[in-house]
Write a protein that binds this ligand. Structure first.
Ligand code: FE2
Length: 455
């Protein structure tokens, strides 16, 4: 294991790995289901060089770790995402860009920031894209995981690209947005099922905010205008550029999918921050949103809120005729990285999955929670002592008829053994033994979001 000093995000299993490996897996505990056929790929930060200045977990160069599963066998490979910034730094032999915690590098000859492509992945219109919310997506070759290059939709891409686009499982359309710290603060786009950007429209916001995720229903797109704000005046006063403004409400904008700034309706709720939504859907006169809510966030700075940075699953009901909002907690457990069976995206879902947090200041995950939203019950798969996982991705069983028929897949790091594995859990048997533990040939650092690509 590499230990690189006191920054916890460069230490232990947050520390980067150096090698790009391609190998068949020799050791599997349990049995990979014969009908589980495809590739699990996860994105995350893996700094190529020692950072300049303060290091934030969000700063590291994107690296993909992939496990391909076929006929009960598995193979592993990991690859850096070869962004322009990655290649420039490789040529220079050192870091050129500092990160989020340092002032923007307006005098950097290569540009003020590096698109690290390190956050998430989406598969749409036959293309895998690696995503980072500040810039353009990168096309990735499957199953090689080699970087093809920046993906601009034939120069039709007019905004940044969220790490959490939504693909409608019925129409095949993909909705995405891009936010900016100068007007237009928000732009919203629809991509056809064939992969053509159909339209990009500006959405009015009072000021620039950090918007990490959003949600869709069958007919609506829901934007999260939450008070993690950007202010040029604060920078001029020598204050941090981003701040959570607890005295400002949360605003939820509900727009018909093919609507625009005139047809959007805004609903207010108490101040909060949301990194990730679980799902949204329509029910009678209401639009329902389920997401992991925190009373505030210190993700980009200090916070005096003792209840801050503690995400719990919540539900909002937006009553369209009256414009009123109801908000309620769904679970006492502290959890994040919400996922569902994406065939239910935008439709009423019974089940959701989140990763249970250790309650530490570090984002360590000790298990997977299955939420039965209909029965209001939770089922927990614990990883065990000294074992920490990440986001659990739902892989539906081919031909499944039930929403929870499939497997939950995540990387787990065993701190006693200093090694990593791919964990496969039967989503209908959360408390039972894992179906399979695929022992990996190298440590997989903690990361962000993954995807299951069915063969
Ligand atoms: Fe995310």
């Amino acid at each position: 294991m590499v230990t690189t000093g006191i920054n916890p995000y460069l230490d232990g299993n947050f520390a980067p790995v150096q090698e790009e490996v391609t190998t068949e897996i020799q050791s599997i505990i349990g049995e990979l289901p014969p009908d589980l056929s495809g590739m699990f790929v996860r994105n995350g930060p893996n700094p190529q060089f020692p950072p300049i200045g303060a290091y934030h977990w969000f700063d590291g160069d994107g690296m993909l770790h992939g496990v391909r599963i076929q006929g009960g066998q598995a193979s592993y490979r990991n690859r850096y995402i070869r962004t322009q910034g990655f290649e420039i730094e490789r040529k220079e032999g050192k870091a050129i860009w500092s990160g989020l915690l340092e002032p923007p590098q307006i005098n950097n000859p290569y540009g003020p920031y590096k698109n690290v492509a390190n956050t998430a992945l989406v598969w749409h219109a036959g293309q895998l894209l690696a995503l980072w919310e500040g810039g353009v997506p990168h096309a990735i070759q499957v199953p090689e995981l080699d970087t093809i290059g920046e993906y601009t939709y034939n120069q039709q891409l007019k905004s940044a690209f969220t790490a959490h686009p939504k693909v409608d499982p019925v129409t095949g359309e993909m909705m995405f947005f891009g936010y900016s710290f100068s007007p237009p603060y928000l732009q919203s786009s629809v991509v056809s099922s064939q992969g053509q950007i159909q339209r990009t429209i500006p959405i009015d916001l009072p000021m620039g905010v950090m918007m990490h995720d959003f949600a869709i229903t069958a007919n609506y797109t829901i934007f999260l205008d939450l008070p993690l704000t950007f202010s040029m005046e604060r920078i001029q006063r020598g204050e941090p550029m981003m701040m959570f403004e607890a005295d400002k409400p949360s605003r939820f904008g509900i727009m018909p999918r093919h609507g625009d700034n005139r047809s959007i309706r805004w609903f207010e709720a108490p101040s909060c921050y949301i990194f990730h939504t679980l799902n949204a859907y329509e029910q009678g006169d209401e639009v329902i949103l389920i997401a992991c809510r925190m009373s505030s966030t210190s993700v980009l700075g200090e916070s005096s809120d003792p209840q801050g940075d503690i995400p719990r699953l919540h539900r909002w009901r937006f009553h369209l005729p009256s414009g009123t909002t109801q908000e309620e907690p769904l679970d006492d457990h502290v959890s994040e990285f919400p996922r569902i069976n994406e065939n239910w995206l935008g439709r009423p879902n019974r089940y959701g999955y989140t990763s249970k947090m250790a309650g530490d200041r570090l984002p360590l995950f000790t298990g997977i929670i299955k939420h039965d939203l209909q029965q209001n019950r939770q089922y927990i798969h614990e990883f065990g002592s000294g074992r920490f996982g990440g986001e659990a991705v739902f892989a539906p069983r081919p031909g499944a008829t039930q929403e929870d028929e499939g497997w939950l897949i995540t990387f787990v790091y065993d701190s006693h053994q200093d090694c990593s594995e791919l964990l496969v859990v039967n989503a209908q048997d959360m408390t039972g033994e894992p179906v399979a533990r695929v022992i990996l040939p190298q440590r997989v650092p903690y990361g962000f979001h993954g995807i299951w690509l069915e063969e």
